[in-house]
Write a protein of this length. Structure first.
Length: 288
């Protein structure tokens, strides 16, 4: 298999064009087979003892605006998924309750679709396409820096402490402040699930920026440290995307623990009604 950013890639399944997360993952999932679960190995991640006090981490606009961002996002999330939490709207755990239940109730394709709709609902319907033609296409470098700063400024309530970083382009040229480093992702830590990270955050966010905003974005989570890098202006790499689909279950994943303890359990939820693998891969990553 050969891999080139932004070009056609030939596999034993099909020829795919690296343009968005969905075109890559569709072909990659077709290469996998669902198998029974053995529960051999998990990624432990960082120690829970070093977990930051996320409630004390705020973006440059301050605590009050971060709270408004949380409430707005939570409201859109509940409206689009038809899932609610009894916790207060400004309680981060309520958002995580909705995200986790979404991964239980819906297939991974539905989770990605719903998550992308949530992102779309945060903006006027005309804005993404207007941004594409007014900024992303004619001014790609400026657009990359703009969105990196916007992610840094308004995303810390969701992801934890962030900092602007340099990022390389497809041509290998390093650009100043084209990226964002999430030092320890709150969304990943609180969900404790690689599938929630990939299907409810990474893939739909990449698709939103690439397909709706017209701006290339590669997100690279690190499940050992819970860091995540946003690289604006960098096209997706098929080999790197495939590695994420082979991510072992996280050590603190409650959904995998329940399945391992009672693999024959069935109910109407997505988690329990689907097969899970024997090769250590996060069970919600597998095509059913």
């Amino acid at each position: 298999m050969s891999s080139f950013r932004g070009q056609s890639v030939t596999t034993d399944v099909s020829t795919i064009t690296i343009r968005s997360s969905s075109t890559i993952t569709t072909a990659l999932y077709n290469e996998r087979e669902a198998r029974p679960f053995s529960g051999k190995r998990r990624v432990q991640g960082p120690s829970i003892e070093t977990k930051p006090n996320y409630d004390e981490i705020h973006g440059p606009f301050g605590k009050e605006l971060d709270s408004l961002f949380l409430q707005l996002f939570r409201s859109k999330m509940e409206s689009i998924t038809s899932i609610t939490s009894p916790l207060p709207k400004d309680d981060y755990q309520g958002l995580m309750d909705v995200a986790t239940q979404m991964s239980r109730q819906y297939s991974k394709e539905e989770v990605r679709m719903l998550s992308r709709k949530i992102l779309q609902s945060l903006f006027p319907s005309w804005l993404p396409s207007a941004f594409r033609w007014m900024f992303a296409v004619p001014f790609p470098e400026f657009s990359a820096r703009m969105n990196a700063y916007a992610t840094f400024a308004v995303g810390q309530w969701l992801m934890g402490e962030c900092q602007l970083i340099n990022s390389k382009t497809d041509q290998g040229i390093e650009k100043t402040n084209h990226g964002v480093l999430v030092k320890r992702c709150r969304f990943l830590e609180e969900s404790g699930c690689a599938s929630v990270c990939v299907n409810a955050c990474k893939l739909p966010t990449q698709d939103f920026f690439i397909q709706d905003m017209g701006l290339q974005l590669t997100m690279t989570p690190n499940y050992e440290t819970f860091e995540c890098e946003f690289k604006f202006g960098l096209s997706l790499d098929e080999a790197e995307e495939k590695m994420l689909l082979n991510t072992p279950c996280l050590g603190r994943c409650s959904m995998a623990t329940a399945m391992s303890a009672n693999p024959k359990q069935t109910d109407d939820t997505h988690t329990h009604s689907h097969k899970i693998p024997d090769d250590d891969t996060c069970h919600l990553m597998i095509e059913q």
